[in-house]
Design a protein around this ligand. Structure first.
Ligand code: GLN
Length: 481
């Protein structure tokens, strides 16, 4: 059942939240280890929250999500619960407060099952950089689930949780969503508060959701979005009733197809599935226009200057003094800094910190960081131009379906190219969603839909219309059906 269906069943009295929660905890018990999807499971707290939700429902209070379980990516601070961010550095960090996202979803009555595995500090596209080990793709255990929200994706795909939170700095919701057959929604930058979400690249990070359907994404997004005085980049734009907007017709919708997304590097089966989806939209009355966004191919190199620059600054707080890992018996202050950071961070995080420090250093700032910011403006302008002609942009989410665990770990550039179609939306702060649109040799493929700022409703309606005429989003990994 989807989150929405569980919510309806709870309100109809067909089952209780405690029963539903126990069902998911049992599934986690059976399959959680095999997939390595969770870093922490919180059964006692989940049952207690579920009992409270049941009481609320019995009083006739609560909303569509009250009593519905969920899993949180381990990047969100959860009071009294380990918040590791997939890193040894934070493997001893019990957060003293809840992130706004966590707080709001709890206020909606949702029940937290636990915290999901992720790439270390959300840096990765395969969930192989986690200190807690790689996550396996429920569709094929030898394949990656994508990253960095790989644990959340695997958990929802295997129905260990009906829905889960994620974060997307360069594709980390959409890419794992595509690789595991889910609806992965990344909102407009500023739509959802970043308070209590461990920072990776602050001008790109955005929280969102990994769900079974556009309807579920609409419900959960509606509950987590909105202005928060504790995040100065969160925007005071009213949150529409996303679920109410799902029924919009596709007639007359102008869809731009990004020419640059269909070039070399796009695996054949993926390209075929995405083109078939475009035909599907055209059958629903949308018009398709081919467009060029000439600066978009520069998004990967631009991102890999901007994101490491911001991460090198954000991660400087992990110094072994205030919180996080501290080395044993430091000789002096410098020794403590060096060894605490040396031991606490993994290889990919160190690579990013070094790159970031380099591009921000006095002699190289103009040549790299400033140049990247200029290219970022050009990419922004490309999108603005496109959205003066069309309502949404569509294309593939990823160049290929899920790849084998270990296949790309030794080659960072190849790994970085996984996000070639997703990073543009982050650089421009745009909302985007990936929806399942086919299977290639038994592995899911995603269609990406990108919209202008704050066009979440339009994207959700497009995703929902697609899901009314297809059943790709209902397919389960055979091993978990
Ligand atoms: N894969 C990209 C990276 O490694 C994006 C990660 C993300 O969106 N958090 O940085």
């Amino acid at each position: 059942m989807s989150a929405a269906e569980i919510g309806r069943g709870l309100r109809a009295g067909n089952f209780t939240s405690v029963e539903v929660t126990k069902h998911f905890l049992e599934r986690i018990d059976h399959a959680g280890k095999q997939l390595n999807a969770f870093i922490t499971v919180t059964p006692e707290r989940a049952i207690a929250d579920a009992a409270r939700a049941d009481a609320r429902i019995a009083r006739g209070e609560g909303g569509p999500l009250t009593g519905v379980p969920l899993a949180h990516k381990d990047i969100f601070c959860t009071e009294g619960v380990l918040t590791s961010c997939g890193s040894r550095m934070l493997s001893n960090f019990v957060a003293p407060y809840d992130a706004t996202v966590v707080e709001r979803l709890a206020a909606a009555g949702m029940v937290m099952l636990g915290k999901t595995n992720m790439d270390e500090f959300a840096m990765g596209s395969s969930n192989e950089t986690s200190w807690y080990g790689p996550v396996r793709n429920p569709w094929d255990g030898t394949k990656v689930p994508g990253g960095s929200s790989g644990g959340s994706a695997a958990a929802v795909a295997a129905r260990l949780a009906p829905v889960a939170t994620g974060t997307d700095t360069g594709g980390s919701i959409r890419q794992p969503g595509a690789l595991t057959g889910l609806t992965g929604f990344k909102p407009t930058y500023g739509r959802v508060s970043r308070y209590g979400m461990v920072a990776f690249a602050s001008s790109l990070d955005q929280a969102g959701v990994l769900a079974q359907s556009a309807e579920d994404a609409a419900l959960v997004l509606g509950a987590m979005a909105g202005h928060d005085a504790r995040d100065s980049t969160s925007v005071a734009v009213p949150v529409p009733d996303y679920a109410a907007g799902l029924g919009r017709s596709m007639k007359g919708l102008r869809i731009g197809v990004i020419r640059e997304f269909f070039g070399e590097g796009l695996e054949e089966g993926t390209g075929r599935a995405v083109r078939a989806a475009l035909e599907g939209f055209s059958a629903m009355g949308a018009t398709i226009v081919e467009l060029s966004l000439p600066n978009l191919p520069l998004s990967v190199p631009t991102y890999y200057v901007v994101a490491p620059a911001e991460c090198s600054s954000n991660l400087s707080r992990f110094d072994g003094v205030r919180f996080g890992h501290r080395c044993k018996d430091p000789r002096d202050l410098l020794d403590m800094y060096k060894r605490s950071r040396g031991e606490g961070f993994g290889a990919e995080v160190k690579r990013r910190i070094m790159t970031g420090t380099y591009v921000l250093s006095a002699g190289y700032y103009d040549a790299y960081y400033l140049k990247a910011q200029k290219v970022r403006s050009l990419i922004n302008a490309d999108f603005r131009r496109a959205f003066s002609e069309v309502d949404v942009l569509m294309g593939p989410t990823t160049p290929t379906p899920a790849f084998a665990i270990g296949a790309k770990v030794d080659d960072p550039i190849t790994m970085y190219l996984n996000d070639i179609y997703t990073i543009g939306a982050n650089l421009a702060g745009l909302p985007a969603v990936s929806v399942p649109c086919g299977l290639v040799e038994g592995l899911p493929v995603g269609l990406q839909i990108i919209g202008p700022h704050f066009a979440e409703e339009r994207l959700l309606a497009a995703a929902h219309s697609w899901q009314l005429v297809t059943d790709w989003h209902r397919k389960l990994p055979p091993m978990f059906a």
